[in-house]
Design a protein around this ligand. Structure first.
Ligand SMILES: [Zn+2]
Length: 283
């Protein structure tokens, strides 16, 4: 399995080495052999390409908003991280576009983020822009759903005792999620989320994360009622992030749950979802 880490901030070309190669190299260094290593890096770097955020909106009856966002960039085939999130977001856009404006209480805004994986000084520059502009963007926002890694295949590492090699086996299910639904100061949103998870059979950790998990919501959850369900543990950033590791059942169920959450949130007034003034950021 090939793996791509986030870029690190160095002034020299940097790449990821597999565990066995890394250990072999370290053993050489630890030995008396004074190893010399010659590496040829065969990659193309294409400079001066342009990218941008993509916005789409479905106007509603009011100027109050519900956002759905998903980052569009990824490593390798990027099926889990984050084509799955983009698929979920597009399905929600298609679904809500069927209804006339008069049946949408709030304006739905869909954001395709770019540059999520560009570590270094510009890391997540778009979500930092969202955070910097939170007062204008999120003043009237009832909910922001971050669709990020919404379905990954459940795998199990089974030790093979005889030859000591571990074996990776797949299940016919999808992985339980980290989840966050506005934190402890938004019990109504937590309740809506949990009942949607139950209705559509979403596996989650029993307790929500106290803060938004790593990912694009982590920069903006302080400013907006945020919701995410996400998994990071299987084939993340590897060349096994193919369509086979994204169970369609999980993708469907998660997306339906997001729609249910949007509908239920639309029954609540904004003041129920806004944080009380002076609320600590950690909640
Ligand atoms: Zn991601």
């Amino acid at each position: 399995m090939k793996y791509q880490a986030y870029p690190v901030e160095t002034g020299v070309p940097t790449f990821t080495l597999g565990n066995e190669d890394g250990n072999a190299l370290r053993e050489f260094i630890e030995s008396e052999l004074s190893p010399r290593l010659k590496i040829k890096l065969d990659v193309d770097i294409v400079s001066e390409l342009q990218t941008s955020m993509v916005w789409g909106s479905l106007p509603g009856r009011t100027e109050e908003t519900i956002y759905v966002m998903a980052h569009r960039d990824g490593f390798f085939d990027a099926a889990g991280d984050n084509a799955s999130g983009v698929a979920s977001m597009i399905a929600l856009a298609e679904y809500y576009a069927q209804f006339p404006k008069s049946e949408r209480r709030r304006t739905l805004v869909f954001i395709g983020l770019d540059g999520h994986h560009n570590s270094g000084p510009g890391f997540g520059v778009e979500r930092m822009w969202l955070a910097a502009n939170h007062e204008t963007l999120f003043d009237q926002t009832a909910l922001l759903i971050n669709a990020e890694h919404p379905s990954t295949v459940q795998t199990i590492v089974r030790p093979r005792y005889l030859n000591r090699d571990d074996e990776m086996i797949w299940s016919n299910s999808y992985t339980a999620f980290h989840w966050y639904a506005g934190g402890s100061t938004r019990p109504e949103l937590n309740k809506i989320a949990q009942s949607a998870f139950q209705e559509f059979g979403i596996s989650t950790y029993l307790e929500p994360n106290p803060r938004a998990p790593a990912g694009d919501l982590s920069r903006v959850f302080q400013y907006v009622p945020g919701l995410t369900t996400t998994d990071y543990y299987h084939y993340f950033h590897s060349d096994l992030e193919t369509a086979e590791t994204v169970p369609w059942t999980g993708l469907q169920n998660t997306t339906k749950a997001y729609a249910r959450i949007i509908d239920e949130v639309n029954k609540l007034d904004l003041d129920v979802l806004k944080r009380p003034p002076g609320t600590g950021l950690d909640q």
